[in-house]
Design a protein around this ligand. Structure first.
Ligand code: PEP
Ligand code: MG
Length: 759
């Protein structure tokens, strides 16, 4: 049976569509168990029913037509109990319900197992026998195992079933208020109501073939002309977007222009053409190769650069293969929908009309997301089974807070979202006004509010958002966008630029923090438990040649008067810190001996590993400052992988234990005069920032997009109020209780809209 199970799972996962997958499951299970019927029912939560979606043995016309009340019948019993029900004579059971449409009257033997994903019962897998039959233990175990393995497939079908209309297909003019709700896996915050407009361009990159060039010169000329037109078009787009985007976000288009104008791209394509390929084929090769190189990196930010390249490739190929489309008219409020909406798809829509973006794939780290955020519009990504073509013209509500979209919303829901949209617009106007205000509590207790950054584009954005410094510069990003370790002079130039961009405000440069989910393409680390393995300081101490180069570069980057700090990540032992400090002293001595001027940075340690919590004083005595990385501290304290969606519900910086730990660090470091900052995501959370200040933290560093929100929260509470809330919070027992306490406090302070916007 194990082999049968394996084969079914493999075939189901490679089925071209969900319907084939379902039919395959029922046919193969029926054959394997040797029963008369195998069926799958799926829960339709919207209508509180179970729908028969596939069957081998029941009447074919029953599929899609049979709907049972969610809690009714034996299927409902299996779902309600969330465990198998095995009966040799189903008809004698009190929950048995006869459903004539299925033609099931003669069946007696019944075994139903629930299909469960992330604690939710998605549906029920049923086998039946016309004679009395008690299915065996091994058959029950087989079904339970299969159900667990195909639950992911059923989760998608569930969505598709919602879209399967009772009559006819989903489309404009059909029964209004269908209220179909689809969930995405990632989003950009905000809400909008608008009309769906499908991205119009068919993707051509994957389908562009190689072809022998008839005339190499002609192909070269064609490519150059397409390139020039694309560069001009990109410049026009940049100009067009300028009214709605900050300079930092417009930098994306500069980057596109740079790629197009840069010699390496054009040169490689020209070489491809010269070796006999036609222009489209040569473009595809170069884009594929360069994008694949980026894609291979284990870093979501860099992977988005691969998407940018493909996006550019698509545009160039459309020009070369003349698949350009006609001008089209746009509704006043466009929700752009597509399989994989790209940054330049957005630019096709007149800026004033674009209200939201919904994409079947992609993440909030993509450039579309960056643009959406910059334009202040919501976006939802990873919406499985988004019926792109069928959506054109339909009204859609996009809720970037919950990561969901609602197609053809009910009037009441629609009204509510329109109200929220207006409320949000007012909120963002209010927030914008805070940009140049210092950050302080209502009773003027100052809080130093800084930004976390990684690349130059972030730094410019942080500057514009009014950050009072960089509390965390993640240096590994500059390593990740290269194909080798950057040299000392190159690094010194980067760090100098970072410091200068923020001068006279302070900057904390963190040394290389690779491992965990961050890898370098030229320095792979493959481990079974990467977060507990070779990570951060552990890697750099094992490679003094890499570490010393970085330390020398950081020391060289500063000049007299520069306020900056070198920050060591992922320290779990005092000897590690001593070793790092020793290497820093050595780097300084060497530079001075070589007659090279050095800056005068402070030194800080990141508090990310729980062991540090118990030796705070020893750490604080050795360095100038501590910086709590709540992202990792939460992960290690709660033993919850920060990147694992299965345990995402357990991961919360508002867990009382995490709050207690943070308060403890502040308390122990204070008598030693060692400042403590918080630079994890929690610092940018409306509830989190308030609690941090209440716990004695005076320095917060977070994404530049959250800065104004944090200012608004803090100026609405006195220090004493924040302290009282923090005391109450640490005495609670669960993150949910802390959330409720803070939601209530923020709501009472008139910050209800902000709580929504902050989650
Ligand atoms: C942290 O762990 O909280 C942190 C700021 O570092 P990173 O997110 O880069 O691991
Ligand atoms: Mg960290």
């Amino acid at each position: 049976m194990l082999e049968a199970l394996r084969r079914i799972v493999v075939d189901v996962s490679s089925a071209p569509d969900s319907r084939t997958a379902l039919n395959l499951i029922v046919a193969r299970v029926k054959a394997e168990i040797g029963c008369d019927v195998c069926s799958v029912y799926i829960a339709d939560e919207r209508r509180a029913e179970h729908v028969l979606v596939a069957s081998d043995g029941l009447r074919p016309d029953a599929v899609g037509a049979v709907r049972l009340p969610r809690t009714g019948g034996l299927v409902g019993l299996v779902a309600a109990r969330a465990e198998p029900v095995n009966l040799d004579d189903a008809s004698a059971h009190p929950s048995y319900q006869f459903v004539p449409k299925t033609g099931e009257a003669p069946f007696h033997g019944f075994l139903g197992v629930p299909v469960i994903l992330a604690r939710r019962v998605l549906g029920v897998l049923v086998v039946q026998q016309s004679a009395r039959r008690r299915f065996g233990d091994d058959e029950g175990a087989f079904l339970v195992t299969l159900a667990a393995q195909v639950a992911g497939v059923l989760a998608q079908i569930e969505v598709a079933e919602y879209l399967k209309p009772d009559t006819g297909s989903l489309g404009p003019g059909k029964a209004a208020s269908r209220n179909v709700i689809l969930s995405g896996t990632d989003s950009v915050r905000g809400v909008a109501v608008g009309s769906a407009v499908a991205v119009r361009t068919a993707r051509v990159l994957a389908t562009t073939p190689d072809r022998v060039a008839d005339d190499v010169e002609l192909e070269l000329a064609r490519f150059r002309s397409a390139l020039q037109t694309e560069i001009a078009s990109m410049r026009a787009i940049r100009l067009n977007m300028a009214p709605r985007l900050a300079e930092a976000d417009l930098a994306l288009f500069d980057a596109y222009i740079l790629i197009l104008e840069g010699g390496s791209f054009a040169g490689e394509v020209a070489t491809g053409i010269a070796s006999g390929n036609w222009a489209p084929g040569a473009v595809r090769h170069v884009i594929d190769r360069q994008a694949n190189q980026l894609q291979a990196l284990d870093d979501p930010y860099i992977r988005t650069r691969a998407d940018d390249l493909r996006d550019l490739g698509e545009r160039l190929l459309r020009r070369l293969r003349s698949t350009g489309e006609q001008e089209r008219e746009y509704p006043a409020r466009v929700v752009l929908v597509g399989e994989d909406v790209t940054a330049t798809d957005i630019t096709d829509v007149p800026v004033a009309c674009l209200s939201a973006v919904v994409s079947a794939s992609g993440t909030s780290a993509s450039h579309v997301a960056v643009l959406a955020r910059g334009m202040g519009i919501p976006a939802v990504f990873g919406v499985g089974n988004l019926p792109v073509a069928g959506l054109e013209g339909l009204e859609i509500v996009v809720d970037g807070y919950s990561g969901r979209v609602c197609i053809e919303p009910r009037p009441q829901l629609r009204r509510e979202y329109l109200r929220l949209e207006l409320e949000e617009q007012a909120l963002s106007r209010d927030l914008e006004r805070l940009r140049d205000h210092p950050c302080a509590t209502a009773d003027a207790h100052p809080v130093s509010l800084m930004a976390n950054t990684a690349l130059f584009a972030d730094i410019a954005a942080a500057r514009q958002s009014g950050a009072a410094g960089i509390g965390l510069y993640r240096s590994e990003m500059h390593f990740a966008v290269r194909d080798r370790f950057p040299g000392e002079t190159e690094q010194a130039g980067i760090y100098r630029r970072v410091i200068r961009m923020f001068s006279p405000y302070p900057v904390s440069l963190r040394t290389l923090d690779i491992g965990g989910d961050k890898a370098l393409p030229y320095f792979p680390i493959n481990e079974a438990n990467p977060y507990l393995g070779w990570r951060g300081m552990r890697v750099t101490l094992d490679h003094p040649e890499i570490f010393l180069t970085q330390l020398r570069a950081m020391l060289r980057a500063g000049e007299a008067g520069d306020r900056y700090r070198i920050l060591f990540p992922m320290i779990s032992q005092l000897p590690e810190l001593d070793e790092a400090l020793g290497l820093l002293a050595r780097a300084r001595a060497e530079l001075l001996e070589e007659g090279i001027p050095v800056g005068n940075p402070e030194v800080g340690v990141m508090v990310e590993v729980p062991a540090v919590l118990y030796q705070v004083e020893a750490y604080a005595r050795r360095v100038d400052a501590l910086s709590i990385g709540t992202n990792d501290l939460t992960q290690y304290l709660l033993a919850t992988d920060r990147t694992n969606s299965r345990v995402a519900a357990l991961y919360s910086g508002l867990h009382p234990a995490v709050l207690k730990a943070i308060g403890g660090v502040a308390e122990q470091a204070a008598p030693l005069g060692c400042p403590v900052a918080v630079c994890g995501e929690l610092a940018g959370d409306p509830a989190g920032c308030l609690l941090m200040v209440g716990l004695g933290i005076d320095s917060l560093s977070t994404s530049h997009a959250s800065l104004n929100k944090v200012k608004w929260v803090l100026k609405s509470f006195t220090l004493n109020q924040a302290q009282r809330l923090a005391q109450e919070a640490v005495a609670l027992e669960s993150p949910a209780e802390v959330e409720a306490l803070l939601s209530d406090a923020l709501d009472r302070a008139g910050l209800g809209a902000l709580i929504r916007a902050g989650r």
